[in-house]
Design a protein around this ligand. Sequence first.
Ligand code: C2E
Ligand code: CA
Ligand code: CA
Ligand code: CA
Length: 392
Amino acid sequence: YIDLDNFKLINDARGHVVGDALLKQVTQRLLLTLREVDTVARISGDEFVVLLANLSDDVRTGAHMALHVAEKIRLAMMQLFEIDGLQYSSTCSTGVTLLPRENQTADDILREADTAMYRAKSGGRNQVVFFETGMQSEIELRLTMERELSQAMDGGQLQMYIQSQVDRLGTPVGGELLMRWHHPQRGPISPAIFIPVAEESGMIIRLGDWVLRQGCLALNQLAGAGFQLSLSVNVSPRQFRQPDFVDKVRTVLAETQADPHHLIFEVTEGLLIDNLHDTIARMLELTRLGIRFSIDDFGTGYSSFSYLKKLPLYELKIDKSFVQDTPGDKNDTAIVQSMLSMAEHLGLRVVAEGVETRDQADFLITNGCSSMQGYLFGRPMPLDAWIDLQRK
Ligand code: C2E
Ligand code: CA
Ligand code: CA
Ligand code: CA
């Protein structure tokens, strides 16, 4: 199981849609490293599965050969990619499992390799990790979480929080809806942990439907309390790609009578690496309903400035990893400044995320950032509490 770590743009950006071209080159490199009996498949996005045939009946020899191939792939990916004269770099994280063992289903095999790949990622990326039975507990934990998450929705353990987005003067101009899971035994669980699990199991669809409805209800509550704010809702790639997504949005809007002109969908760059054409068409359909789009975690994915021009975007959210070390860090300061000036050229609103200090806020304001979100201005909190706080 191979997952590409983030691509980094090395040459200066003239701006290109690089996703498809890069994936083509990655596939070519994989094929060049493999033998004819082997199989390579793209699972989704930038994730690949490689099946090595006829390794050896002896486990140790087999493991050795698998490691050899995985290392060859790892080194192959580290070579620079070149597209239209621009150079890109990436690394990959790889998880390996050996088969067949007794009673091992295809699902087991994929899950094992995937689990090992997660280890490779969390261990610092750009490495090969073998599945070990000790990791079984991780798999079970994920399966348990899938089951519990489904109950959580019905059992009222999921709650929507809202975090302010403020203008230069600190006045709230919008809010982001963020999910919270209050687990009866384990306490609060971060969406950073359960969203990926939900994505992978497909539960994100049901979860996303629920969030969308909550978002509309929250908008109505805000409007009823006299707040004319925009509300940002996170939409995961899988949710967005459902064939009936637009219909679902229409239905929820009709049922709740919420005003779509106050609704912003936050999508990540990950959405843009596949089927850019279809993605744009769908975004346009939703834009016609009045919904606006924001690119979340900007700069952490397949950044390419020119695709921004092709998308019907309203806003760009600078990822908190860039904001964190401003204004001290020279690189991050330069990156944030160039993002801000680019956004201005494109006529996009910018929200800087993860603003925690006054210094960061001052730096952002000086450089023309229109909105900010972060602990400095308020933590995520339940909607009722948020409304109470604004009235004080
Ligand atoms: P995100 O969309 O990037 O959301 C921003 C995250 O930054 C939130 O984490 C927020 O609590 C945190 N944050 C806000 N201000 C600060 C700050 O000043 N400093 C630091 N260090 N962090 C700050 P949270 O709520 O844990 O959510 C994590 C991620 O889970 C979100 O990242 C989002 O990708 C995902 N998520 C949350 N709710 C939903 C949802 O309803 N649907 C989907 N699809 N994803 C969600
Ligand atoms: Ca990846
Ligand atoms: Ca977000
Ligand atoms: Ca974000």
